[in-house]
Design a protein around this ligand. Structure first.
Ligand SMILES: Nc1ncnc2c1ncn2[C@@H]1O[C@H](COP(=O)(O)OP(=O)(O)O)[C@@H](O)[C@H]1O
Ligand SMILES: [Mg+2]
Length: 313
């Protein structure tokens, strides 16, 4: 394991203060936040733009609706329950199957319906939500990941994060769940982040718990050189995140379903900065280049082609 930080400082890494002052504040008007801070709203928005998302099985909006859960879950062998206003993977319950009347989690442990009820009640109380406000619980389709990730994924669904600045995809990372992250691909839950070459969609370097690594901690598989299928289409869809929200600095998350292809999971108006560690590259030079050309690039296609030609490894 190497310490990546010395190299990163030279590479123009953007820190939290600069991200907020120079990129988030000027480009993300507060009035647009409701579009991305509630996953129900984001789903609608994506669908109206022709983007695919995991099917919604049901929404529990208030404590008296919790009794509807058995009916929502009845038809589903696998599903995901998440807080509408959650972040960082908090409060997400991934159920990958059933055994009798119990539910199987990605690590093969079993939970009873009572525990699912309890989890949903906690979501409604705001335990996992922005500002601790009362929340809704979404029940949705559990993604079955694309076989391209079979070798490197571990107990859960990898996701792809793309940072889009003024409509231009500038940096990307593939996040892989680990034993520790309990089926979720969020770095703060212990998932691993792999840099992705914007030109080709191929994985490069990786970070786990703030350290550079070159193998998955559980499977011990080398993680570089995996090519994400349909890469240009993913870039196109990420750039649409800008078109449909108007947010100038955005993190767009996708999962690749083996049957349904790319599904947009969420949009993030304050995307984290560890993507730079995963790529061993700073965002700053790319954001400055994007600033120079953003006014000239008119269409989604132009912005995607520019990104592929400019930010490749
Ligand atoms: N429908 C789903 N099917 C399978 N895994 C999912 C699903 N939704 C979320 N996950 C897992 O949980 C992680 C976090 O989900 P996300 O919707 O982005 O919420 P958050 O805002 O908490 O990051 C994803 O990266 C993925 O690994
Ligand atoms: Mg997410």
């Amino acid at each position: 394991m190497l310490n990546p930080f010395a190299k990163l400082r030279r590479a123009g890494v953007v820190g939290m203060n600069r991200r907020n002052a120079e990129y988030v504040l000027p480009n993300n008007p507060r009035k647009l936040y409701p579009l991305v801070d509630d996953k129900c709203v984001t789903k609608e928005l994506a669908l109206s733009a022709g983007l695919n998302v995991p099917d919604l099985y049901g929404v529990v909006r208030a404590p008296h609706e919790v009794r509807r859960l058995p009916r929502i879950l009845n038809k589903q062998d696998s599903f995901v329950i998440k807080p509408a206003r959650g972040s960082g993977g908090n409060g997400i319950l991934v159920v990958s199957g059933r055994l009798g009347d119990r539910f199987r989690k990605p690590d093969d442990s079993l939970i009873a319906l009572d525990a699912v009820f309890f989890h949903v009640s906690n979501i409604l109380s705001g335990m996992f939500s922005l500002g601790g406000m009362p929340d809704k619980a979404l029940v949705e389709y559990c993604v079955r990941f694309d076989p391209v990730f079979a070798e490197i994924a571990y107990q859960g669904v990898p996701d792809i994060r793309i940072i889009v600045y003024k409509g231009i995809p500038v940096m990307a990372m593939l996040r892989l769940p680990t034993r520790e992250s309990d089926g979720k691909a969020n770095l703060h839950q212990g998932a691993m982040g792999c840099g992705v070459d914007i030109a080709t969609g191929t994985t490069t370097t990786a970070v786990w718990k703030n350290r550079s690594v070159d193998r998955h901690p559980d499977t011990m598989q080398a993680i570089s050189g995996v090519r994400i299928p349909g890469w240009k289409e993913l870039l196109r869809q990420s750039a649409m995140g800008y078109e449909v929200t108007g947010l100038g600095y955005l993190g767009v998350d996708f999962v690749l379903d083996r049957d349904r292809g790319p599904l947009m999971l969420e949009l993030n108006a304050r995307p984290g900065l560890a993507i730079q560690v995963a790529n061993l590259a700073g965002l700053r030079p790319r954001l400055e280049q994007a600033d120079d050309v953003a006014g000239r690039l008119q269409t989604n296609e132009e912005r995607v082609v520019y990104a592929m030609q400019t930010f490749g490894a």
